[in-house]
Design a protein around this ligand. Structure first.
Ligand code: GLN
Length: 452
């Protein structure tokens, strides 16, 4: 069979799987376009199918961010990551469900309805890239892209039992990613194995002149990311903090730590710097940034327009009808945070705290190769469990948001399951631009097969 025939067979089987899936993870497919596309077998991602979170621009495709406000918007251009994936012969087979404008931790705040966890349909897939995580986990594609502002790639990856990478801030171009909080946003990768992850990272990472925050830091040759090797000095969570973590997660954490000790890795118990201030700092800064970023969605420049007698009412009605409750909550709170009189009390104070947190982590990384901690404090929760309690929803990110405050890379790795067969995830957090440490560590743990 020629390779194009085997590709066709693969796509048609994935199309059927997506149609039969009941997780609500994929919002639209583009197999018609993919089937008429010519792929060069020289491309490093030849034969790989990739689903894209619905907040990353694909030319001539809808780009809704799961929001009523953008439900008929089509993107006139490609995000840089899409151009790079196309150049590497990847097949972009569709788009995934998410929390509206990537604000959430459960993928329940969506125009398309909630994403469900493939391990238990009564539970959430995590958020906000829940559609991407569930789709990879169920085998609806090989790889998916998501976005991670405060944990939105790693937390759903943990809940769905797969790998999820948040690269260093500035490592992957944000050009074509709809902004949530620009100084935090990163495009991330979700995959079933570390090899696919490395292959996609090598394609999408690297400087892009279209993104002013993109870094010129060198991306290594792919072969260095494919090596395995345990780090020498690893920071681990103090026992006191583990008392807030689900018992079964702690049990599996200990299994991995025992393996590391046996392999002569030096484990150092650490405090996560200013841990109790991270959630507040994160939400003050991201809500402020979001309120400013989302001002363009006014029914005139972008978004569906409500007809009204004057401009102000057109703005108000378009935004009131278009945005869902969580997005409104953040725009209102963010506007308040930035208003005169409160700016100094909240916004500029949070910026200073962010700087202090970063300095403390720099000290840790001067002695440690990486930090190894749980990604979440509990496995996936039930649908609707946190919906009317935003504080509870925000607290579910307590182990992921510190990493976005400091800009470091972090990789969720699958770490076994609970007795109820719910996946558990751990994250490897590294120093900025040292993704190779994460990949090598993950390759070694993947080989060790500790939970099979
Ligand atoms: N759950 C976090 C929030 O709602 C993270 C979102 C994200 O990473 N996009 O802000």
């Amino acid at each position: 069979m020629s390779s194009s025939n085997s590709l066709k067979k693969k796509f048609s089987s994935e199309k059927k799987k997506i149609a039969a899936s009941n997780t609500n993870s994929v919002v639209r497919t583009r197999f018609d376009k993919v089937l008429s596309q010519k792929f060069s077998s020289d491309g490093s991602l030849y034969g790989k199918s990739i689903l894209i979170k619905d907040n990353i621009a694909i030319k001539d495709e809808e780009l809704t961010c799961a929001s009523n406000l953008l439900k008929s918007y089509k993107s006139p251009y490609n995000a840089t990551v899409i151009d790079r994936l196309n150049d590497a012969s990847a097949a972009i087979t569709g788009q995934t469900n998410m929390d509206e404008f990537a604000m959430g931790s459960s993928s329940e705040y969506s125009l398309y309805g909630s994403v469900k966890n493939p391990y238990d349909l009564k539970r959430v897939a995590g958020g906000s890239s829940g559609g991407s995580a569930a789709a990879v986990s169920e085998g609806l594609c090989d790889i998916a892209l998501g976005s991670d502002t405060g944990g939105s790639v790693r937390q759903p990856a943990a809940f769905c039992g797969i790998y999820g990478l948040k690269p260093t801030y500035g490592r992957v171009s944000r050009y074509g990613l709809v902004s949530h909080a620009s100084s935090f946003d990163t495009i991330g990768i979700l995959s079933k194995n570390i090899s696919d992850m490395v292959d996609v990272f090598s394609v999408i990472a690297g400087f892009d002149s279209k993104d002013a925050t993109s870094s010129k830091e060198k991306v290594l040759n792919k072969k260095y990311y494919h090596q395995h090797g345990l780090p020498k000095n690893v920071g681990i969570l103090k026992r006191e903090v583990l008392s807030d973590v689900d018992n079964e997660i702690v049990e599996n954490y200990d299994i991995i730590l025992d393996f590391l000790r046996k392999n002569k890795v030096n484990l150092v118990e650490i405090e996560l710097p200013y841990f109790e201030y991270c959630i507040a700092t994160y939400y003050i800064l991201t809500m402020a940034e979001a309120s400013s970023n989302l001002s363009r969605f006014d029914g005139i420049r972008y978004g569906s327009r409500e007809k009204a007698s004057n401009l102000d009412t057109t703005y108000t009605q378009s935004r009131s009808k278009g945005f869902g409750p969580e997005v409104k909550r953040r725009i209102i709170t963010g506007t308040y945070i930035l208003s005169s009189g409160y700016y100094d009390a909240y916004y500029s104070k949070a910026l200073k705290v962010r700087r202090l947190i970063k300095e403390e982590y720099n000290k840790l990384f001067s002695k440690l190769d990486c930090i190894f901690i749980p990604t979440t404090a509990s496995p996936s929760f039930h649908l609707k469990a946190n919906l009317d309690d935003p504080m509870k929803m925000y607290l579910s990110d307590m182990f992921t948001v510190p990493v976005n405050l400091i800009g470091s890379p972090s990789l969720n790795i699958p770490g076994g399951e609970t007795k109820k067969n719910l996946p558990i995830g751990f994250q490897i957090v590294g120093d900025s631009f040292k993704e190779e440490t994460l990949f090598r560590f993950a390759h070694s743990l993947e080989r060790a097969k500790l939970f099979e």
